[in-house]
Unconditional design. Structure first.
Length: 202
Protein backbone atom coordinates (compact mmCIF):
# COMPACT_ATOMS: atom_id res chain seq x y z
CA UNK A 1 0.00 0.00 0.00
CA UNK A 2 1.31 3.41 -1.02
CA UNK A 3 1.05 5.95 1.74
CA UNK A 4 1.44 9.70 1.72
CA UNK A 5 4.70 9.41 3.61
CA UNK A 6 6.17 7.12 0.94
CA UNK A 7 5.10 9.49 -1.86
CA UNK A 8 6.67 12.39 0.02
CA UNK A 9 9.84 10.36 0.49
CA UNK A 10 10.04 9.51 -3.23
CA UNK A 11 9.47 13.15 -4.22
CA UNK A 12 12.08 14.28 -1.72
CA UNK A 13 14.63 11.74 -3.01
CA UNK A 14 13.93 12.73 -6.62
CA UNK A 15 14.34 16.45 -5.89
CA UNK A 16 17.47 15.83 -3.81
CA UNK A 17 18.93 13.77 -6.66
CA UNK A 18 18.27 16.54 -9.17
CA UNK A 19 19.77 19.12 -6.81
CA UNK A 20 22.84 16.90 -6.32
CA UNK A 21 23.32 16.56 -10.08
CA UNK A 22 23.07 20.34 -10.52
CA UNK A 23 25.56 20.97 -7.71
CA UNK A 24 28.02 18.37 -9.07
CA UNK A 25 27.73 19.82 -12.58
CA UNK A 26 28.21 23.35 -11.22
CA UNK A 27 31.32 22.28 -9.29
CA UNK A 28 32.68 20.58 -12.42
CA UNK A 29 32.10 23.74 -14.45
CA UNK A 30 33.69 25.83 -11.70
CA UNK A 31 36.78 23.60 -11.63
CA UNK A 32 37.05 23.54 -15.43
CA UNK A 33 36.43 27.23 -16.10
CA UNK A 34 39.28 28.61 -14.00
CA UNK A 35 40.45 32.21 -14.57
CA UNK A 36 43.34 30.95 -16.74
CA UNK A 37 41.05 28.81 -18.88
CA UNK A 38 38.51 31.62 -19.20
CA UNK A 39 41.27 33.99 -20.35
CA UNK A 40 42.35 31.48 -23.00
CA UNK A 41 38.75 31.04 -24.18
CA UNK A 42 38.23 34.81 -24.46
CA UNK A 43 41.46 35.24 -26.43
CA UNK A 44 40.58 32.32 -28.72
CA UNK A 45 37.13 33.77 -29.35
CA UNK A 46 38.45 37.28 -29.99
CA UNK A 47 41.09 36.02 -32.44
CA UNK A 48 38.45 34.08 -34.35
CA UNK A 49 35.73 36.70 -34.56
CA UNK A 50 37.36 40.07 -33.87
CA UNK A 51 39.98 42.11 -35.65
CA UNK A 52 41.09 43.25 -32.22
CA UNK A 53 43.02 42.13 -29.18
CA UNK A 54 41.13 41.66 -25.92
CA UNK A 55 43.27 42.21 -22.84
CA UNK A 56 42.20 41.40 -19.28
CA UNK A 57 43.84 40.99 -15.90
CA UNK A 58 41.44 38.35 -14.59
CA UNK A 59 38.17 36.69 -15.59
CA UNK A 60 36.26 34.89 -12.86
CA UNK A 61 33.12 32.78 -12.98
CA UNK A 62 30.86 32.73 -9.90
CA UNK A 63 28.29 29.95 -9.87
CA UNK A 64 27.08 29.90 -6.27
CA UNK A 65 27.31 33.63 -5.50
CA UNK A 66 23.88 34.44 -7.03
CA UNK A 67 22.61 30.92 -7.70
CA UNK A 68 20.65 30.00 -9.85
CA UNK A 69 22.22 32.86 -11.81
CA UNK A 70 25.82 32.73 -12.99
CA UNK A 71 28.05 35.78 -12.52
CA UNK A 72 31.04 36.67 -14.67
CA UNK A 73 33.57 39.28 -13.53
CA UNK A 74 36.23 40.81 -15.79
CA UNK A 75 38.89 43.05 -14.28
CA UNK A 76 40.93 45.75 -16.08
CA UNK A 77 39.86 45.03 -19.63
CA UNK A 78 40.88 46.59 -22.94
CA UNK A 79 39.77 46.14 -26.52
CA UNK A 80 42.62 47.14 -28.81
CA UNK A 81 41.51 47.52 -32.42
CA UNK A 82 43.68 46.26 -35.29
CA UNK A 83 41.67 47.96 -38.02
CA UNK A 84 44.13 50.89 -38.20
CA UNK A 85 47.30 48.76 -38.32
CA UNK A 86 47.65 49.09 -42.09
CA UNK A 87 47.90 52.89 -41.70
CA UNK A 88 50.63 52.92 -39.06
CA UNK A 89 53.44 52.80 -41.65
CA UNK A 90 51.86 55.52 -43.81
CA UNK A 91 53.77 58.72 -43.05
CA UNK A 92 51.05 60.81 -44.72
CA UNK A 93 48.39 59.48 -42.36
CA UNK A 94 48.99 60.63 -38.79
CA UNK A 95 47.12 58.40 -36.36
CA UNK A 96 46.97 59.26 -32.63
CA UNK A 97 48.75 56.63 -30.55
CA UNK A 98 45.68 56.12 -28.37
CA UNK A 99 43.34 55.57 -31.33
CA UNK A 100 43.86 51.80 -31.28
CA UNK A 101 42.32 51.43 -27.81
CA UNK A 102 38.61 51.34 -28.51
CA UNK A 103 37.55 50.55 -24.94
CA UNK A 104 39.08 50.41 -21.47
CA UNK A 105 37.33 49.59 -18.21
CA UNK A 106 38.22 48.73 -14.61
CA UNK A 107 35.64 45.97 -14.25
CA UNK A 108 32.74 44.45 -16.14
CA UNK A 109 30.23 42.25 -14.31
CA UNK A 110 27.34 40.34 -15.81
CA UNK A 111 24.69 38.07 -14.33
CA UNK A 112 23.33 35.26 -16.52
CA UNK A 113 20.50 32.79 -16.23
CA UNK A 114 22.05 29.34 -15.69
CA UNK A 115 19.07 27.48 -17.15
CA UNK A 116 18.99 29.78 -20.17
CA UNK A 117 22.72 29.33 -20.67
CA UNK A 118 22.29 25.55 -20.83
CA UNK A 119 19.58 26.05 -23.48
CA UNK A 120 21.75 28.43 -25.57
CA UNK A 121 19.33 31.20 -24.60
CA UNK A 122 21.69 33.76 -23.12
CA UNK A 123 19.66 35.99 -20.82
CA UNK A 124 21.78 38.73 -19.27
CA UNK A 125 19.86 39.77 -16.18
CA UNK A 126 22.24 42.56 -15.24
CA UNK A 127 25.39 44.11 -16.67
CA UNK A 128 27.56 46.66 -14.91
CA UNK A 129 30.71 48.36 -16.16
CA UNK A 130 33.07 50.43 -14.01
CA UNK A 131 34.82 53.56 -15.33
CA UNK A 132 34.64 52.84 -19.07
CA UNK A 133 36.71 54.92 -21.49
CA UNK A 134 35.56 54.79 -25.11
CA UNK A 135 37.59 56.20 -27.98
CA UNK A 136 35.84 56.15 -31.38
CA UNK A 137 38.21 57.25 -34.13
CA UNK A 138 37.88 57.59 -37.90
CA UNK A 139 41.12 57.84 -39.88
CA UNK A 140 41.63 60.22 -42.85
CA UNK A 141 40.88 57.39 -45.30
CA UNK A 142 37.58 56.61 -43.56
CA UNK A 143 38.77 53.55 -41.62
CA UNK A 144 37.14 53.39 -38.18
CA UNK A 145 38.76 51.79 -35.15
CA UNK A 146 35.39 50.30 -34.20
CA UNK A 147 35.20 48.16 -37.36
CA UNK A 148 36.48 45.14 -35.48
CA UNK A 149 34.09 42.34 -36.46
CA UNK A 150 35.53 39.90 -38.97
CA UNK A 151 33.45 39.01 -42.00
CA UNK A 152 33.57 35.26 -42.54
CA UNK A 153 32.40 33.30 -45.56
CA UNK A 154 29.54 31.95 -43.47
CA UNK A 155 28.50 35.49 -42.54
CA UNK A 156 28.45 36.44 -46.22
CA UNK A 157 26.22 33.48 -47.01
CA UNK A 158 23.92 34.34 -44.13
CA UNK A 159 23.30 37.86 -45.44
CA UNK A 160 21.20 36.36 -48.24
CA UNK A 161 19.38 33.83 -46.05
CA UNK A 162 16.98 34.03 -43.15
CA UNK A 163 18.23 34.17 -39.59
CA UNK A 164 15.15 32.37 -38.26
CA UNK A 165 17.10 29.14 -37.77
CA UNK A 166 19.60 30.71 -35.40
CA UNK A 167 20.29 28.35 -32.50
CA UNK A 168 21.28 31.01 -29.98
CA UNK A 169 19.51 34.07 -28.68
CA UNK A 170 20.89 36.87 -26.53
CA UNK A 171 18.87 39.33 -24.47
CA UNK A 172 19.74 41.91 -21.81
CA UNK A 173 17.49 43.29 -19.11
CA UNK A 174 19.61 46.18 -17.83
CA UNK A 175 23.05 47.76 -17.99
CA UNK A 176 24.60 50.34 -15.71
CA UNK A 177 27.74 52.47 -15.70
CA UNK A 178 29.45 53.05 -12.38
CA UNK A 179 31.88 55.85 -11.51
CA UNK A 180 31.23 57.71 -14.75
CA UNK A 181 32.23 57.18 -18.37
CA UNK A 182 34.43 59.15 -20.75
CA UNK A 183 33.53 59.01 -24.45
CA UNK A 184 35.79 60.51 -27.12
CA UNK A 185 34.79 60.79 -30.77
CA UNK A 186 37.30 61.96 -33.36
CA UNK A 187 36.73 62.01 -37.11
CA UNK A 188 39.63 63.15 -39.28
CA UNK A 189 37.62 63.39 -42.55
CA UNK A 190 35.16 65.77 -40.88
CA UNK A 191 37.71 67.52 -38.62
CA UNK A 192 35.32 66.75 -35.78
CA UNK A 193 36.42 66.08 -32.22
CA UNK A 194 34.15 65.73 -29.20
CA UNK A 195 34.39 64.51 -25.61
CA UNK A 196 31.48 63.52 -23.43
CA UNK A 197 31.53 62.66 -19.72
CA UNK A 198 28.69 60.66 -18.21
CA UNK A 199 28.41 60.74 -14.45
CA UNK A 200 25.91 57.95 -14.27
CA UNK A 201 23.97 55.72 -16.62
CA UNK A 202 21.52 52.97 -15.68
Amino acid sequence: MVTGNKVFKWVFIALASVASIIIIAAIAVKLTLTPDNLNKMVHTFSNEFLNAEVKTDTIELHIFKHFPRVSLSIKNGEIVSKSLSHLRNDSTCLIPSEADTLLKFKSFDISLSLIGLLKSDIKIRRASILSPQIYAYIAPDGTANYDIFKQTSQDQADTTSSNSESSMTVSMNSISIRNGANVTYSSSPDSLHAKISLDRFA
